[in-house]
Design a protein around this ligand. Sequence first.
Ligand SMILES: Nc1ncnc2c1ncn2[C@@H]1O[C@H](COP(=O)(O)OP(=O)(O)OP(=O)(O)O)[C@@H](O)[C@H]1O
Ligand SMILES: [Mg+2]
Length: 138
Amino acid sequence: MKKILVAHDGSKPSEAALKKAFEIAERFGSSVTVISVVPDLYLTEIMETDRLRILDTLTEEAEKTMQKIKTKTVGSKPVKTIVVQGNPAEAILETAKKIKADLIVTGSHGRHGAEKFFLGSVSSKIVDHAECAVLIIK
Ligand SMILES: Nc1ncnc2c1ncn2[C@@H]1O[C@H](COP(=O)(O)OP(=O)(O)OP(=O)(O)O)[C@@H](O)[C@H]1O
Ligand SMILES: [Mg+2]
């Protein structure tokens, strides 16, 4: 269990995922990378300038959260953070492959559906398509 990738969208379940990933990393001496994906916006009704402004705000918010997480260390290893724009599940899966993650940790739900019965669409897609182990935290 050398490399752990945590998917973080600022939601409570993703905070729980981060906490659990740190526990596992401490135990196994793994390194932790945390990724936050600023989702593509497909809003046909809004103007391009508004779309860019929303993206900017979301990117700033994600970067702020990642800055905070970056100050942490697990074992003696610094925590790495990544902010990218794109389709969340695809970007997470691609990054997992790229860094050769042994484990992806996500929350069961995200910012949209804490009350929903089924798994969120991002975590479902990751479970379906990941080439490594996946741990989903409630
Ligand atoms: N943009 C994102 N960047 C990084 N991780 C994410 C992102 N979106 C979701 N995740 C990860 O996936 C987990 C589940 O969130 P998901 O988006 O699947 O559920 P949801 O928001 O409740 O429902 P949905 O988005 O399908 O309406 C989150 O706790 C987080 O770990
Ligand atoms: Mg979501």
